[in-house]
Design a protein around this ligand. Structure first.
Ligand code: A3P
Length: 332
């Protein structure tokens, strides 16, 4: 079955492309005038800053410094040779991999008592907090390589890069942003704004992947492990075992299995309720965002209409022509 047919079925649309609509005689509601700077109604915090640094757009950092100053500080951050840095485009499974690495480095299957934002570079209000952590530190960031510490290369820091299929990533991101957006921020609006790459603070996933591929080509000796969300979903214990070898702490099959179970979707969701958030985030919002939504592969089929799927496929074809950087798994 083609992906378009699957999407048709998922949306309840008939295969000849028609949908049933009730006949309404009332006047159409007056539509609000679109804001030329935000025609697709993205939430404010997700809009681009319009600031460039080292050739890449600066994302908004919810910290006391302005975003550019904070990114410049991150770029100059002292790294340690034992550090492990998770690098991922948002919504690819960063929390999941962060928890796994927390367990592998601590040698227990106890959940981290702190949210991953404590060690997320762009959310870390006071970067000197990172100096207080014992090695090996598990840090994480959604920043592009051009904004990450230069010492990553000097200290040969291990990078764990998380990748997820672009349609599922987009759906997950929409639901993430929707929690802070108005009713006008529909999935249709999201997809239209997302594919242009102009209305979202960190651009779209392929810009990120291309930059990562470029970095890897320029630094062939950098230790980088690419983790696909779909592989982690299919066989978590094997990926966890590979991760344990990559970070130089080979774990037994029994421990990998224990970590896989503790980091399963429902256990992670439960554990999240007890975690503390960093102060920078509590200032921003009083409650945590719902990060553990569905945790499945292929949810895009429940979300995309036929037309949206066609638009996205066209976007993917354009991106493929430019070079994907990395071939994500899952419905490309
Ligand atoms: P969905 O919105 O599709 O459910 P990130 O951590 O990069 O923000 O990514 C969040 C996505 O990873 C969400 O996807 C979330 O549910 C999923 N996720 C988090 N922990 C997971 C787990 N243990 N197993 C499967 N998916 C998980």
């Amino acid at each position: 079955m083609s992906s378009v047919e699957e999407a048709k079925i998922a949306t309840g649309q008939s295969t000849n492309g028609t949908t049933e609509k009730s006949v309404q005689k009332s006047e159409p509601p007056e539509l609000p005038t679109p804001d030329p700077l935000n025609p697709f109604h993205f939430p404010d915090f997700a809009l681009p800053t319009g600031i460039m640094f080292n050739g890449a757009p600066v994302m908004k950092c919810p910290v006391k410094d302005d975003s550019l100053t904070h990114v410049q500080k991150i770029r100059a951050l002292d790294m340690r040779a034992e550090d492990i840095l998770i690098t991922a485009y948002p919504k690819c499974g960063t929390h999941w991999v962060a928890e796994i690495l927390h367990m592998l480095t601590s040698g227990t299957s106890e959940h981290n008592r702190r949210t991953k934002e404590y060690t997320m570079l762009e959310f870390c209000d006071d970067l000197s907090f990172l100096d207080t952590l014992t090695s090996p530190r598990v840090l994480n960031s959604h920043l592009v390589m051009a904004h990450l510490p230069t010492q990553i290369v000097d200290k040969n820091v291990k990078l764990v890069h998380v990748i997820r299929g672009p349609k599922d990533t987009a759906v997950s991101m929409y639901h993430h942003l929707k929690q802070s957006a108005s009713d006008q921020f529909t999935f249709d609006n999201f997809i239209k704004g997302y594919v242009t790459g102009e209305y979202i603070v960190f651009s779209h996933q392929f810009e990120y992947l291309r930059q990562m591929a470029q970095f890897e080509r320029a630094h062939p000796d950098q230790p980088i492990m690419h983790v696909h969300y779909e592989d982690l979903k299919q066989d978590p214990s094997s990926v966890i075992h590979e991760l344990s070898q990559f970070i130089g702490r080979p774990a037994s099959p029994a421990f990998c299995h224990e970590v896989a179970s503790a980091c399963g979707f429902s256990n992670m969701k439960k554990a999240d309720a007890d975690r503390t958030m960093p102060e920078s985030l509590t200032k921003l919002r009083t409650s945590k965002l719902h990060l553990y939504r569905k945790g499945i592969v292929g949810d895009w089929k429940n979300q995309f209409t036929v037309a949206q799927n066609e638009m996205f496929d066209e976007f993917l074809a354009q991106q493929k022509q430019k070079g994907f950087g990395f071939e994500p798994k899952g419905h490309v």
